[in-house]
Each structure stands twice: as C-alpha cells, then as structure tokens.
Design a protein around this ligand. Structure first.
Ligand code: AP5
Ligand code: ZN
Length: 217
C-alpha cells in the first residue's frame, strides 16, 4: 500500500504516520523531516530551504521533489510508503504519480485528516519531539509516562521545532489552504480519497485510520 496523509499543520500526520508504520510495516516518508535533516547537514538544498521553512512558506517543488525521489529510490520503500506532508502542491502530486508509475505502483489511498484551524495553534505550540527516536509528544495531549523521558527509547533529550511559533503557524495554515487543500479534489477525482475526523483524540483517529488502511491491503 502507498498512502498519502493530507492535512494542515498540527492535524496529526506525523503522529498517525508513525502509528501506521509500526502497525502495517510501511515506511513513513516525511518531507518535513527530510528537509530538517538537510538543514541540519548544511546541504545546498538545506541552505535554500531554511529561510522558507522559518517563514512558514512552502519550499520549491524542485527541491522537494528531488529530495523525495532520492528517498523513494531506497530499497526499504518497496513494501509501501506513508507519504507524510507530501505532496503539498498539484505539481508534486503529479510528480509522485509519475514516480510511482515508473516502478509499476500507485497511490492506494489519500486520507484527509479533517480539523478546525483554530485548534491547530494549540496543538503545534504544545508539541515537542524526542531527539533520540523522533517520537512526538504534547504538553497537554500526549505526555510520556515518566516526565521528560521518552516512552519508546528512554532518551531525556526533547526538542521543539524552530517553525512552531504562533506567527509561523498562521502562515503555514495559509499555505495549506492556498496550495495543498486542492489536493483533496485531486485525489477524490482519482477515486482514492478517504476522510477522517481528526478533531477526535489520538487513539480514536488511530482506530479510524487503521480501519481504512486495513481495507486497502
Ligand atoms: P512539516 O514538517 O510537514 O510540518 P507540517 O505539515 O506543518 O505538519 P506538522 O508536522 O506541523 O503537523 P502534523 O500534522 O505532523 O502534526 P503532529 O502529528 O506533529 O513541514 C514543515 C515545513 O517544511 C513546511 O512549512 C514547509 O516549509 C516545508 N515542507 C515540508 N514538506 C514540504 C513539501 N512537500 N513541499 C514544500 N514544502 C514542504 O501533531 C501535532 C501535535 O498535536 C503533537 O504534539 C501531537 O502529539 C498532537 N496531536 C496529534 N493528534 C492529536 C489529536 N488527535 N488530539 C490532540 N493532540 C494531537
Ligand atoms: Zn525516544
């Protein structure tokens, strides 16, 4: 199965992609994570992307598609991928269809995580991540069992993202509505769209998603 998770910043794409990865043995492929790794490594693409990401705008299709193509050629992707935060424009969606067609594959389901914008600011400003394994947490909605210590790997080093500020979140939501929301119609026209109420709690959303994905396998 190849799944696309669509939804604005804070909708829970990363949280649910990691859940689906563990449950179905698919590979989570987050262009946001790949871009942050490129920024950290100081690559040419990373240098160009950094300022754009800090503003909350979308990185150029050329850079993102090149990074994605590179990652997708890795052999661990052959069993199926969860695309998290990609595609974000119609150009990217077409490029993804072409890349998958080249390897005799296609998108099995595009799942829109439906949420209210107003709730996303609280979700994003409370978010933090384990530096050891990438597990996501939230000050209010998802605390580790032992304060400050990751449930999954035991690390006590937690990080917050540079772009998780109130002003940047508004710009990221704007970019979502202008450039990414049209992909809901794109995938609906291809008969692969499903929708989930992502205002529900994390476990309920996980259950709904699991049911949808199980049907596509
Ligand atoms: P990216 O890294 O993709 O960030 P994003 O889309 O803004 O999404 P987030 O990671 O903020 O949110 P999420 O939906 O994963 O939510 P999460 O599960 O963490 O992109 C960052 C930047 O990179 C972009 O702005 C752009 O510049 C660039 N970029 C990336 N991809 C690109 C592309 N394809 N093209 C161009 N540019 C690109 O959940 C959020 C918090 O809420 C967590 O703390 C979580 O614990 C909590 N939570 C989750 N679900 C629930 C729930 N149901 N109830 C309560 N709390 C919840
Ligand atoms: Zn961890």
């Amino acid at each position: 199965a190849n799944l696309v998770l669509l939804g604005p910043p804070g909708a829970g794409k990363g949280t649910q992609a990691r859940m689906l990865q563990d449950r179905f043995g698919l590979v989570q492929l987050s262009t946001g994570d790949l871009l942050r790794a490129a920024v950290k490594a100081g690559t040419e693409a990373g240098l160009q992307a950094r300022a754009v990401m800090d503003r909350g705008d979308l990185v150029s299709d050329d850079i993102v598609i090149a990074i994605l193509r590179d990652r997708l050629s890795h052999p661990d992707c052959t069993n199926g991928v969860i695309f998290d935060g990609f595609p974000r424009t119609t150009v990217q969606a077409q490029a993804l269809d072409d890349l998958l067609a080249d390897i005799g594959s296609a998108i099995t389901a595009a799942i829109s995580l439906d949420v209210d914008d107003a709730a996303m600011v609280a979700r994003i400003s409370g978010r933090y991540t384990c530096a050891g394994c990438g597990e996501g947490y939230h000050d209010q909605f998802k605390q580790p069992a032992a304060f400050g210590t990751c449930d999954k790997c035991g690390s006590s080093e937690m990080t917050r993202r540079a772009d998780d500020t109130a002003e940047t979140v508004h710009q990221r939501l704007k970019a979502y509505h202008a450039q990414t929301a049209p992909l809901i119609a794109y995938y609906e026209a291809r008969g692969v769209l499903a929708r989930v109420d992502a205002m529900a709690d994390i476990d309920t959303v996980a259950k709904d998603l699991t049911a949808i994905v199980a049907q596509t396998l």
